[in-house]
Design a protein around this ligand. Structure first.
Ligand code: BTN
Length: 327
């Protein structure tokens, strides 16, 4: 019923809903009441029927399922009010044999995890904390590229969702390898984890954390963290955003699977790369160096030209900063 209401521009008659689901008018009315209690603004007009006026920013299974148009990504959804980490939940489901595309979304994480053993601040209602399960039939050494595929998908999904705000769209960029930045502030982080044997991937979990409605950040994060609200001045509907970037992910993942590398995505990625053409500092634990970031290779390495040679930087080993700050 929610999906029908969402997809109908004008009014939909109670009779039509009754016939579609083979239920009584009272049953339909009960559902409408329940939706209204959850925050959906549904207008009921005698002789015309029902009309969806406003959709609340909920991350419930019903809300997500009613806006999903993907083929396989996010077709099985688990929603939690609170969980420790959605990556851990998806890993568990993966070990139990859940299908590729299984999605876990949480309103709050109590032990959100970031890259390099860091934590990921995940207070209730502020963001998108979600993880998706993949089972690609590629060699384990090809898996790290998926994190760049997801970064591209999130950036493109965001552009789709904010397409009315042209001035903002051009500011949505990727800081290599997979942070999404707007105005140089990190608004999204991605954590990819793999369960594999020597030559075979059991499954991959890609976790995505997006700062959506945060109005401020703890002091230690203030200079480089941002949220969609702070950077765009807009409250984005989280379920629509998830739908938009999962659709993009299906498109880009299919391209990646054809070549098992990023050769067909390099250009799209480079267009989004905030570091491109800029001086960067590569924090290599063996020997830090500076150079100009030129783009990525088909394996997802960052190409950095130093005064003496061209170097290829792999994401596992090092982190990259701008000369004067985070980007
Ligand atoms: C980073 O350090 O930039 C990556 C952050 C990834 C955070 C997300 S939030 C959803 C998923 N669950 C986790 O525990 N981490 C990822």
């Amino acid at each position: 019923i929610l999906k029908m209401l969402r997809e109908t521009n004008g009014y939909i008659s109670g009779q039509e809903i009754c016939e579609k689901f083979g239920v009584s008018r009272t049953a339909v009315w009960k559902v409408i009441r329940q939706l209204q209690e959850e925050g959906y603004k549904v207008e009921a007009v005698r002789n015309r029927g029902y009309h969806m006026v406003e959709i609340p920013d909920l991350l419930t299974k019903e809300e997500l399922e009613s806006c999903m148009h993907t083929e396989w990504a996010g077709r099985k959804i688990v929603c939690c009010q609170v969980t420790d980490s959605t990556n851990l939940r998806v890993k568990q489901l993966g070990d139990e044999g859940a299908p590729a595309g299984t999605l876990v979304v949480a309103e709050e994480q109590t032990a959100g995890r970031g890259r390099r053993g860091r934590s990921w601040d995940s207070p209730a209602g502020t963001g998108i904390f979600m993880s998706i399960l993949l089972r690609p039939e590629v060699a384990p050494d090809k898996a790290s590229m998926l994190t760049l595929v997801m970064a591209c998908s999130v950036a493109e999904g965001l552009k789709q969702s904010l397409r009315q705000e042209e001035s903002i769209c051009s500011k949505i960029q990727i800081k290599w390898p997979n942070d999404i930045v707007i105005n140089g502030k990190k608004i999204c982080g991605i954590l990819t984890e793999m369960s594999a044997q020597f030559d075979y991937i059991n499954h991959i979990v890609i976790g995505i954390g997006i700062n959506v409605h945060n109005e401020s950040f703890p002091e230690e994060l203030q200079d480089h963290a941002g949220s969609l609200l702070l950077e765009c001045g807009k409250r984005v509907h989280r379920a629509d955003l998830i739908e938009a970037f999962l659709e993009e992910f299906e498109r880009l993942y299919a391209i990646y699977l054809q070549t098992e590398d990023l050769s067909a995505l390099q250009e799209e990625y480079d267009q989004l790369l905030v570091n491109r053409g800029r001086q960067v500092r590569v924090l290599d634990p063996k020997e830090p160096f500076e150079g100009k970031a030129m783009g990525i290779t088909k394996k997802g390495e960052l190409i950095v030209d130093t005064w003496e040679s061209r170097k290829l930087v792999s994401s596992g080993e090092v982190s990259v900063r701008g000369i004067y700050g985070y980007v």
